[in-house]
Design a protein around this ligand. Structure first.
Ligand SMILES: [Zn+2]
Length: 201
């Protein structure tokens, strides 16, 4: 797996996950295109953890250049058309709007979009058998912001509680949208304090 922080100070991690000589691109942020084209062996799909522009900025360019589909949860697909924080981004239309958590099988890859709303309505962790891409839901020592226009503190609280019950006996690594990797058991240590801080929602 390759990772590179992208774009204009946002330092959004773009991941290239390769298996059997095929590559999945996760969150191609600002100016990711050249690096992706140079480094992705046989790219087959673009997956977005959520719709914020710093994670999806180069979706349209790569979708066109590589002729591969863009996946995002249906609740965030509206953000690909317009993001008030960056009007210069080329709009993109998702090819696959994921609306459930069923296992997706794609050319040897198996993954699902686990829905953890809060940071955005369709914020997801993209879960593979041996690793999870946690987007802006969970970082190595904190959680994602829930004060953006489409955020919901109430949903964030529910999502954190769901994380705690869903992954009780799991210790897969978590690869966040910004910063260093962590793992589920480390996140389980600091999440209760955040759930407590959200207790009035
Ligand atoms: Zn975000």
């Amino acid at each position: 797996m390759l990772v590179k922080p992208m774009g204009r100070g946002y330092q959004t991690n773009c991941y290239l996950l390769t298996s059997d000589d095929k590559t999945i691109i996760i969150d191609p942020g600002i100016e990711a295109t050249q690096w992706v084209i140079q480094n992705a062996k046989n790219p087959i799909a673009i997956l977005n953890t959520h719709g914020h522009f710093d994670h999806t900025y180069d979706d349209a360019l790569l979708q066109r250049a590589l002729k591969i589909p863009v996946y995002i949860r249906s609740e965030d697909s509206f953000m690909l058309d317009s993001d008030r924080y960056d009007p210069n981004r080329e709009p993109c239309k998702a090819d696959v709007c994921v609306s459930d958590e069923e296992l997706i099988e794609l050319e040897g890859f198996r993954f699902r979009f686990r829905h953890f709303a809060g940071h955005t309505p369709g914020c997801s962790m993209i879960e593979f058998e041996d690793r999870i891409f946690s987007g802006d839901f969970i970082f190595d020592d904190t959680i994602g912001r829930y004060d953006f226009p489409a955020s919901s503190p109430r949903d964030m609280k529910r999502s954190l509680e769901r994380f705690m019950s869903l992954y009780a006996d799991d210790n897969r690594p978590l690869y966040p949208g910004h910063g260093k990797p962590t793992d589920i058991q480390n996140a389980r240590k600091f999440l209760p304090a955040f759930i407590d801080a959200l207790r009035f929602y």
